[in-house]
Design a protein around this ligand. Structure first.
Ligand code: ADP
Ligand code: MG
Length: 227
């Protein structure tokens, strides 16, 4: 049997606090996401949602515990190796999109997936296909500033999904969008992930997203952390 897309055990992350001590920001005893499964993790502001995704993706190192992506250990690796493991398996949809302003839509998507195994297609073809899939076939040469907010979000979705990642992480994907755009974005994200057989982990405080997911869990702020 193949390993799950994500396996987390006894994961803890602290931040320095202004008093010179350290504060527990994340405490997750156990979390698994199966291959192709979609999970919505709800949590109040400050509960550690962004920290959780950053530690899973290896953008931040963990202090304790383990993260495995498709059976490969993320925790304990050097930053360079974490970057490589992330590039191979993970698509990340950032809360503020994080598109590079000097690059076209096509270049942004291509850059985002350039280290991912690609089932044969060239990076440019895979990026182009992903933009077709999100309805931006006629916007590939536009730069982010030449696109509407909804179109920028679709470029970010294409970048996260292009080239068949094992796991897609989405940080509050609707927080910068009005209700109508939020619905379109979630429809696109969940359907594209399902087609790609990517596991999807969405973190949010937006309760209206929950009904789209068969599986919903709650991230509790660690005991003793400030409200
Ligand atoms: P969420 O995404 O759920 O709003 P975060 O993961 O951003 O929560 O933050 C969790 C907790 O860690 C919060 O109490 C926040 O103030 C704190 N925190 C986040 N980033 C830092 C940082 N770089 N330095 C110190 N504390 C931080
Ligand atoms: Mg956050």
């Amino acid at each position: 049997m193949s390993d799950p897309a994500l396996r987390v055990r006894d994961l803890k992350k602290h931040y320095p606090d202004p008093g010179g001590g350290r504060m527990l920001a994340l405490d997750v005893p156990s979390l698994d996401v199966g291959r192709g499964e979609a999970l919505c993790m709800r949590g109040e502001s400050g509960s550690g949602k962004t920290t959780l995704l950053n530690v899973i993706a290896g953008i931040l190192p963990a202090d304790e515990g383990t993260v495995e992506i498709a059976g490969e250990r993320m925790t304990g690796l050097s930053e360079t190796r974490r970057d490589a493991l992330r590039a191979r398996h993970i698509g990340y949809l950032f809360q503020t999109f994080n598109l590079l302003p000097g690059l076209t839509a096509l270049e942004n998507v291509q850059l985002g997936m350039s280290f991912r195994p690609r089932h044969g297609a060239s990076p440019r073809k895979a990026a182009s296909d992903a933009l077709d899939r999100v309805g931006l076939a006629d916007r590939k040469r536009h730069r982010p500033a030449q696109l509407s907010v909804g179109q920028q979000q679709r470029v970010a979705i294409a970048r996260a999904l292009a080239g068949h990642p094992t796991l897609v992480l989405a940080d509050e994907p609707t927080s910068n969008l009005d209700r109508n755009l939020a619905d379109q974005c979630m429809e696109l994200l969940t359907s594209f992930a399902a087609e790609s057989e990517a596991a999807l982990l969405v973190v949010t405080h937006d309760e209206t997203l929950l009904e789209r997911f068969e599986r919903v869990e709650t991230l509790a702020a660690p005991v003793g952390s400030p409200a």
